[in-house]
Design a protein around this ligand. Structure first.
Ligand code: HSE
Length: 305
C-alpha cells in the first residue's frame, strides 16, 4: 500500500511574526511517495531534484518519520521517495515540506490515528535537523494550510486563520542557497524594549487586518524590525527589490522565512503580476539569476495527490 503526498512550500515570519506567523503556498511544493513495508523502521529510497542525504538520521523527512514512529509504534515500516521541487535553502520551507509530507503520509497509511494538527511536533523534529532551531512557522502552515500563528512553543499551541480572498503572493528566489542555521546566527540574542513593542504592534495589526480583510492595514503591518535589519545584507538586491515591489503596488514586502527568497503580498492578480515584472527586470538588469513566481494562499495544506 502506498500514498502520494503533495508537500506545499510556505512563507514563514511574514515580517512581523518572527518564528510565529506563516502561510501556505498554492501550487508550489514537493511530491512524496510513501509505501508500507514489512520491515519495521524508515528508509529513504530515492530523492530527485536535490542533493540530500538518504541516511534517515541525516534527512529531514527521515527524522520526522522516525519521531512519529517512536510515538505510534506500528508493526510495519515505511519507505519514502521524494521528488524535491522546492530548492533547499531557498527560504520557502523546503525542509518543512519534507518533514510535513513524511508525517502526513505515514499517518494516512496507518489509518489517520492523529489529527494533522497533532503531527506538528513530529514534523518539527525534522526542522531541528535542518535549522538547528525549534521553530514551527513553516511546518504549521505546511500541515494546516492558510495562515498560522504559533501562539507559544511551551506548550506548543498553533492557531489557523483563513486567507482573505484575492490575496496573492509574488516571490523571487535569487539563486543562492542560504541555510536557516546561518541566517539565524546573525540575529541578536536580545532586543531593545522599543523594538519588541514595535514588532508586537505590527503583529497584532497584521492579525486584525486578516480578520477584517483590511488590505491596506495588512500592508502597513508587514514590517520587520527584528530580523530584516540583520538579514537583508545576506540577500542579493534586497532593498531594490523591496522598493520596486512597493512602487509596483505591493501591499507589503519582506524576507521569506530566513531568505534568500523575498515575498510580496498583493491585492489581486494584476498587482502580483506588476511586482513579478518589476522583479524580473531588476534582477536581469543587475545580472543576478533569480526565479520569480506568483502564488496564492493554499487553504488545504499537505494533502494526498
Ligand atoms: N522563523 C524561521 C527563521 C523561519 O526566520 O529563522 C525559517 O524558515
Amino acid at each position: 500500500e502506498e500514498v502520494q503526498v503533495f508537500c506545499p512550500a510556505t512563507v514563514a515570519n511574514l515580517s512581523c511574526g518572527f518564528d510565529v506567523l506563516g502561510l501556505c503556498l498554492k501550487g508550489v511544493g514537493d511530491e512524496m511517495t510513501i509505501r508500507i513495508t514489512d520491515e519495521p523502521g524508515v528508509r529513504i529510497k530515492r530523492i530527485s531534484g536535490a542533493d540530500l542525504s538518504l541516511e534517515v538520521e541525516q534527512n529531514v523527512a527521515g527524522v520526522a518519520a522516525v519521531s512519529l514512529l517512536n510515538f505510534l509504534k506500528p508493526k510495519v515500516g515505511f519507505e519514502i521517495e521524494i521528488d524535491k521541487k522546492i530548492k533547499p535553502g531557498s527560504g520557502i520551507g523546503s525542509s518543512a515540506a519534507s518533514a510535513a509530507g513524511a508525517v502526513y503520509g505515514i499517518n494516512k497509511l496507518l489509518g489517520t490515528p492523529l489529527h494533522r494538527r497533532d503531527l506538528i511536533p513530529f514534523a518539527m523534529q525534522g526542522e531541528v535537523l535542518a535549522s538547528k532551531a525549534f521553530h514551527a512557522d513553516n511546518v504549521a502552515p505546511a500541515l494546516l494550510g492558510g495562515f498560522t500563528i504559533v501562539k507559544g512553543y511551551h506548550p506548543l499551541e498553533v492557531l489557523r486563520i483563513d486567507a482573505p480572498d484575492d490575496l496573492y503572493v509574488t516571490l523571487v528566489h535569487p539563486k543562492i542557497e542560504l541555510r536557516t542555521a546561518d541566517s539565524r546566527v546573525v540575529l541578536p540574542a536580545q532586543l531593545p524594549l522599543k523594538t519588541a513593542v514595535q514588532q508586537s504592534g505590527n503583529l497584532a495589526a497584521f492579525v486584525h487586518a486578516l480578520h477584517t480583510k483590511d488590505y491596506l492595514l495588512l500592508g502597513r503591518a508587514t514590517k520587520d524590525v527584528i530580523a530584516e535589519p540583520h538579514r537583508e545584507k545576506l540577500i542579493p538586491l534586497f532593498s531594490l527589490a523591496k522598493s520596486e515591489a512597493l512602487k509596483s503596488g505591493a501591499l507589503g514586502v519582506g524576507i521569506s522565512g530566513s531568505g534568500p527568497s523575498i515575498y510580496a503580498l498583493c491585492e489581486g492578480k494584476a498587482s502580483a503580476q506588476e511586482v513579478s515584472r518589476a522583479w524580473k527586470l531588476s534582477y536581469i538588469l543587475n545580472n543576478i539569476e533569480a526565479d520569480v513566481f506568483i502564488s496564492q494562499v493554499n487553504a488545504k495544506g499537505t494533502e494526498l495527490i
